[in-house]
Design a protein around this ligand. Structure first.
Ligand code: FES
Length: 347
């Protein structure tokens, strides 16, 4: 039988499961975010993939290669250490008698202090930390809490000197709810180095930008916009941010202020429904995000695209960009699972 050894558990690694799913099936908690190989939150270390591993068990199987998908986007050093993406590593990638020993990846951990926590609306709050790390706006960090670890995208740029996160209060969001209840000015948390490739980069310096997001997918887009403005991005920057209802939108005042100062920033607020028939101004439209973008832009080919938020939307928009013959190197994504909000659950 094919097995994974993880934290004293011997776990069956069936053909149809990823390593992440197999380990989770035992009730064990592994960090994850997109489950599509984009975010790198689910990185684990496998002894059998580690070129330098000193084998302590002479019966253990050596020289097993990590599947190509599971090391896509990792650098050579990480691969040589046996790091891999557990959401992209399937049982069917290995022969039936393979025995793999996996563990949490050794990543750098830094101390961060909360300097501000405030509500952005009924569902979303922001936390600002000071921490001695470097980042590119739009990347994410993992926060360790007594209830586990979770990744959040950074909404601020390095020049601001603080890490700003937008966090939504979700029904099963253990870490998010822990931060909402317990983080206070002066609280200390361990956070990882910044990760991910969804940030303002040289390939798109001379292109118009399209920034597309749902929910708190706005956070990395805000960071990317701030960086583009700091770099004096000359081409148009079209922000499309969608929420379920008009009143779920947040951070509009700050964005409207930015748009007033920068003519090339075009704001598009989308809501899927308007159940309360709220009077909407001309920046807010009701409809499906993907359809509205299609109506507004016959072709996405000239753009550099950033797509952040719910995995289905990210996948659909990625396909829309590729069908428009946009160069794939100009598409950066950050997808993360969409848990229900507390207020969406009828008791
Ligand atoms: S890469 Fe595996 S959860 Fe994102």
């Amino acid at each position: 039988m094919r097995t994974i050894n993880y934290q004293d558990h011997s776990i069956e690694f069936s053909d149809d499961k990823t390593a992440l799913e197999a380990i989770e099936s035992q009730g064990l908690n592994i960090q994850s975010r997109c489950r599509q190989g984009n975010c790198h939150a689910c990185v684990l270390q496998c002894d059998e993939f580690d070129f330098n591993h000193q084998r302590s068990d002479s019966n253990a199987q050596a020289n097993v290669s990590a599947p190509d998908n599971s090391i896509y986007g990792l650098d050579a050093k990480q691969v040589s250490m046996g790091l891999f993406l557990s959401c992209q590593c399937k049982g069917s990638d290995f022969s039936k008698d393979t025995n793999l020993t996996m563990r949490a990846a050794k990543v750098n951990v830094n101390s961060a202090s909360v300097i501000e926590k405030k509500s952005l609306n009924d569902r979303v709050f922001s936390i600002k930390f000071t921490c001695n790390i470097t980042w590119q706006a739009g990347q994410f960090i993992n926060i360790h809490s007594p209830l586990g670890e979770r990744s959040y995208s950074i909404a601020s740029i390095q020049d601001e000197g603080v890490i700003e996160l937008h966090i939504s209060k979700k029904l099963n969001g253990k870490v998010s709810n822990y931060l909402f209840e317990n983080a206070k000015v002066g609280s200390k948390f361990a956070i990882s180095n910044a990760n991910g490739d969804c940030f303002y980069h040289p390939f798109i310096y001379d292109k118009p930008l399209i920034l597309i997001g749902t929910g708190t997918g706005l956070a990395p887009l805000v960071g990317i916009l701030k960086q583009a403005i700091k770099n004096k991005h000359e081409q148009d920057m079209h922000l499309y941010i969608a929420q379920g209802e008009p009143e779920f939108h947040y951070y509009q005042k700050q964005l409207n202020r930015l748009a007033k100062k920068h003519d090339n920033l075009k704001l598009n607020y989308i809501c899927r429904r308007n159940s309360l028939n709220i009077e909407l101004d001309n920046t807010m439209r009701v409809g499906e995000l993907e359809d509205i973008i299609k109506q507004d832009h016959l072709s996405l080919k000239p753009f550099g695209a950033f797509i952040c938020g719910a995995p289905d939307m990210v996948r659909n928009m990625q396909i829309q960009c590729i069908l428009s013959q946009m160069d794939r190197s100009n598409i950066r994504v950050d997808s993360f699972e969409d848990l229900p909000y507390e207020s969406d659950i009828q008791v």
